[in-house]
Design a binder for this molecule. Structure first.
Ligand SMILES: [Zn+2]
Length: 144
């Protein structure tokens, strides 16, 4: 097991644990997607790579994987927020042959004040021309 404590301070080394906490190294997991060398085959893989892109503050990748109809003109990263971890809670469809899928996940982060928080998001994904895109979200309060 690779132990991960990730701060969003640039990209991790390829041999370091992937920010998305898949248990694989960054080089074997999200790095090829962020570099445009491979396409995430499933909605979950895309979601994980987008989380890693947030950790790396890679707005180019986030825009590239955002559905054109919902993609914001600019992506702003919150100053001083450190992403601490990702957990996939639930997936529906989103497999390599599906046209749509949803992924529910929990992301933990730390505010500049040091206070830890978690968000749960239910994200919707669509596949067009062999590529998965993030379409939108339903943000729910973290009730656990
Ligand atoms: Zn990853």
């Amino acid at each position: 097991m690779v132990k991960t404590t990730v701060a969003n301070i640039g990209k991790p080394q390829l041999t370091e644990a992937c920010p998305c906490q898949s248990g694989r190294t960054f080089g074997q997991c999200c790095a090829p997607y962020l570099a445009g060398e491979a396409l995430p085959p499933t909605a979950e893989a895309l979601m994980r790579s987008r989380y890693s892109a947030y950790v790396c503050e890679d707005s180019r990748y986030l825009r590239k994987t955002w559905h054109p109809t919902t993609c914001p003109p600019a992506i702003h990263f919150s100053d001083g927020v450190r992403w601490l971890g990702l957990k996939i809670l639930e997936t529906d469809e989103g497999k390599a042959t599906d046209q749509r899928g949803t992924v529910k996940f929990r992301a933990r982060f730390k505010l500049p004040t040091g206070q830890g928080q978690a968000m749960v998001e239910h994200s919707f994904f669509q596949r067009m021309q062999e590529r998965w895109f993030y379409v939108g979200e339903v943000v729910e309060s973290d009730k656990d």
